[in-house]
Design a protein around this ligand. Structure first.
Ligand code: SAM
Ligand code: SF4
Length: 328
């Protein structure tokens, strides 16, 4: 079992498989001039499998595949097939922009991978295209509905962006009313590849909830797992639920059970901190599992207590990294 220096059990790995993406969401990365890493710096499929296997042997029982856009990676399904057979791994989930998942939906189902988070920040075509800077609205919408109707456990991630998509908060709840999905409203975080600097946000979780209450004053809080980052609610007559994720306010650090590994093998123990080690270099120097295990134990034994503490590892509050390299 992996226990950090503050007594928190770490059982959840967020594994990024690429830093590349076919969208250019303006809160995540600049429109151009992005320095994607060279292919040989990305973890290979055998390296991703080895890393996962060692971490699962140490107590990770849940892996979320993220990126960049995971389905941009042509060999992704090879990894997912291997993970679906891994003893001790209870849950595999994927975070995706849902542009490229269509041809893989049947196989995901066969593999038992049913938890899919879809990022969708607008239900209006123009707003969607303005935010993502690409024309993929229909594909995303169709794939989303297909995932829901085929019985996947779908959660929609909606980042609330000042001046861009707040007008869609109520309509997306209305649109999803008859579907068994969870719509999660996230606070914007300052990881956008340097395209915008900010120290505060207008749409924090309290402002989001107040806005929702103006339309649905009787929404009720529901029970959430202890390690959940979302605070979840139910609206009468809605089949699904909604949640808010205080990713900027960081009220959930006390129960954080996560470890992140980027597509280049960086080990991140807090989104707001700096990478603590690089597994690719370790694996490529000496292939043995012991070195991976020792590195993980060392970094987990030295975690910041909160995201605010981790942020002090940076000399200022302007982050130049992009969520596409961290994986969200
Ligand atoms: N491409 C996939 C997608 O968009 O779902 C997976 C990678 S994306 C980096 C993972 C999650 O991070 C997405 O839900 C995305 O909306 C979120 N994200 C990206 N940049 C963010 C930011 N600056 N603040 C908050 N969330 C962000
Ligand atoms: Fe791509 Fe996801 Fe970032 Fe959007 S949020 S640019 S889909 S990695």
């Amino acid at each position: 079992m992996l226990i950090d220096n503050h007594g928190r059990k770490i059982n959840y790995l967020r594994l990024a498989v690429t830093d590349r993406c076919n969208l250019r969401c303006n809160y995540c990365m600049p429109s151009e001039g992005i320095d994607f890493v060279k292919n040989d710096r990305l973890l290979t499929i055998p390296e991703l499998i080895q890393t996962s296997r060692v971490l699962v042997s140490q107590g990770i029982d849940k892996i979320r595949i993220t990126g960049g856009e995971p389905f941009v990676r042509k060999d992704l399904m090879i990894l997912l097939r291997e993970l679906s057979q891994m003893d001790g791994l209870d849950e595999i989930s994927v975070t995706t922009n849902a542009t490229l998942i269509g041809p893989h939906i049947d196989e995901l189902k066969e593999l038992g991978i049913k938890n899919v988070n879809v990022s969708l920040d607008s239900i209006n075509r123009e707003t969607f295209e303005r935010i993502t800077r690409r024309k993929q609205f229909d594909t995303v919408h169709n794939n989303l509905i297909r995932l829901i109707t085929e019985g996947f456990n779908v959660r929609i991630n909606f980042i609330v962006l000042d001046g861009q998509n707040e007008q869609d908060i109520i309509p997306i709840l209305e649109l999803m009313k008859h579907y068994n999905v969870s719509v999660r409203f996230l606070e914007e975080m300052p990881f956008n590849g340097g395209s915008k600097e900010f120290n505060q946000i207008k749409w924090n979780y309290k402002a989001i909830l107040k806005h929702i209450a103006s339309q649905y004053p009787d929404y009720k809080k529901i029970e959430s797992p202890k390690t959940s980052t979302s605070i979840n609610y139910k609206i009468d007559g809605h089949k699904g639920t909604f949640g808010v994720i205080p990713s900027f306010s960081r009220t959930f650090c006390g129960s954080c059970n996560r470890l992140r590994i980027t597509a280049t093998g960086d080990v991140i123990t807090c989104l707001y901190g700096k990478p603590k080690a690089n597994l690719r270099d370790i694996i490529r120097k000496e292939k043995n599992d012991e070195n991976i295990k020792d590195t993980i134990l060392k970094v987990i034994g030295n975690r910041a207590k909160t995201g605010f503490e981790a942020q002090n590892e940076h000399t200022n509050t302007v982050f130049h990294n992009s969520m596409t390299s961290i994986g969200g």
